[in-house]
Design a protein around this ligand. Structure first.
Ligand code: HEC
Length: 126
């Protein structure tokens, strides 16, 4: 009787701890490069070093967008979804670009990227 109680306790303890372990697997993502490094290396050639846009690469200016707009735009192509702001073939440019960013280990946080562009380049900011 006592023995089986201990076994039951043991099993439930094991279940409890396994439950905890699976939760811990959801690690906080750490990125290899800073947002500034990623922007300079991966975004500036099409959007300009001051986010002023680059007509040659058809990259629109990002220096007049609010943090919220930037977040939506970046999240949209990062998730590969059908964005409200983006259309057809041009959207694919950004999605494709995102895949090559991952390949190069230059993944980044979308919110941090939006904030970085706004803080450093926005022209409407007071
Ligand atoms: C190969 C050129 C290219 C590169 C590199 C590039 N973009 Fe773009 N980006 C574009 C083009 C073209 C558009 C407009 C069409 C579209 O929405 O896909 C665009 C659109 C955007 C938009 C939406 C703008 C709007 O008005 O809705 C954001 C935000 C953006 N890019 C951010 C970035 C960030 C951040 C990076 C770097 C991680 C980056 N882009 C790298 C070409 C590029």
């Amino acid at each position: 009787m006592k023995k089986s109680l201990i076994t039951i306790l043991g099993i439930s303890f094991a279940i409890l701890t396994t439950g905890c372990e699976t939760k811990e697997e959801k690690k906080v993502v750490t990125y290899k490069y800073t947002t500034a490094e990623v922007y300079t290396n991966m975004c500036a050639k099409c959007h300009g070093d001051q986010a002023q846009g680059n007509p040659k690469k058809k990259g629109p200016a990002l220096n007049d967008q609010s943090v919220q707009d930037l977040k939506l735009g970046i999240e949209d192509f990062k998730n590969g979804g059908n964005g409200v702001n983006s259309s057809g073939s041009e959207h694919e440019v950004m999605e494709h670009n995102y895949k090559s960013i991952i390949k190069k280990g230059m993944d980044y946080d979308t919110d941090a990227m939006a904030q970085y562009i706004y803080d450093n380049f926005n022209i409407n900011k007071k």
